[in-house]
Design a protein around this ligand. Structure first.
Ligand code: AMP
Length: 302
């Protein structure tokens, strides 16, 4: 089953205690697509400027990622710069230059309109809804991400978009901010009233938690000795999660649990090196080996 994603394709400047890169391909939709393409065919909707490099375009072309929906515009690509603290847990945004992104009006190519699996990466909630409206019928799974910026500045737009999605995938501070609840389970109950029937809370080095009507499922983050750069970990998690579900064409409880494992696996690979580097050298066999490792990591007898 093809998986539709809309979001940012960007150039990033990244700094962490492990090094620095001046300009590397990034963006939420980029990390998502590269991670998801290990499991299924991805249809990408985004915008780039005339500085978008053919070598970066080849990253998508070489994979199972269709870029008919990647619009070209005059101007520069979205640019984002961030610096991480010593323990990699905090990050400051040094620059967000919207560039061509400021005029972005996502338009779905005809062949994307029957999508049954849809992921709305972190962009303005009004644009997320525009994309959903262009999809024919009701998707089997519509999932979305968001961030503090939209929760604070476009809360009513965000509430409107939330009414139309099944799964909300956000981090713990965003969960608390959106629901005004500190406790994540109470926060989930609050969020269910806004529309989504499933909440996936991404908790960085503490793993991830899924809450839905059948209960709660938690998965740890894969223990790594030397993570280098957390950029895109959440988007890679979302790509592994949604890619797996679209690949198996299911949203059963068992499939959702396995999707959590594959999300965590892809997120863990993403942080091992700077930017996309590790995801680009990753092999399917390594993904499955780490998933098996996860099963061992969390197994116990009573
Ligand atoms: P994450 O680490 O999950 O926050 O994702 C980082 C990626 O999101 C980077 O590659 C950025 O290019 C991209 N990004 C940062 N800020 C924004 C924004 N306001 N809208 C869309 N994408 C963004």
């Amino acid at each position: 089953m093809p998986l539709l994603v809309v979001g940012s394709v960007a150039y990033d400047a990244l700094e962490s205690p492990y090094g620095k890169v001046e300009r590397t391909l990034g963006g939420a939709a980029t990390y998502f697509s590269v991670a998801a393409a290990f499991f299924t065919h991805v249809n990408l909707v985004a915008i780039v400027g005339d500085d978008f490099h053919p070598e970066d375009e080849a990253i998508f072309r070489k994979r199972s990622i269709d870029i008919e929906g990647l619009e070209r515009a005059n101007g520069k690509c979205f640019f984002w710069a961030g610096r991480y603290s010593e323990n990699l847990n905090e990050r400051v945004t040094l620059a967000t230059d919207l560039n061509v992104f400021a005029e972005f009006k996502p338009r779905l190519p005809e062949k994307y309109r029957d999508s049954k699996y849809v992921f709305l990466a972190n962009i303005a909630p009004g644009l997320q809804r525009d994309v959903l409206h262009q999809v024919n019928g009701t998707p089997k799974i519509a999932a979305m991400d968001t961030m503090n910026y939209w929760i604070e500045r476009t809360n009513s737009e965000l509430r409107e978009t939330l009414k139309h999605v099944d799964i909300l995938m956000i981090n713990d501070s965003e969960t608390r901010q959106l629901s005004n609840e500190h406790n994540l389970l109470r926060a989930a109950r609050h969020i269910f009233k806004m529309g989504p029937s499933t909440l996936v809370v991404k908790r960085g080095e503490y793993g991830a938690m899924l809450v839905d009507k059948s209960g709660v499922f938690c998965i740890p983050a894969f223990p790594l000795e030397e993570p280098h750069d957390p950029t895109g970990a959440g988007d890679s998690f979302a790509g592994g999660f949604m890619g797996y579900l679209a690949g198996v064409g299911s949203k059963s409880d068992a499939a959702l649990r396995r999707a959590m494992v594959y999300g965590s696996v892809l997120g863990s690979f993403a942080v091992e090196r700077f930017g996309l580097e590790r995801l680009l050298s990753l092999k399917k066999g390594e993904i499955h080996a780490r998933a098996r490792h996860f099963a061992k990591l969390t197994q116990f007898k009573l």
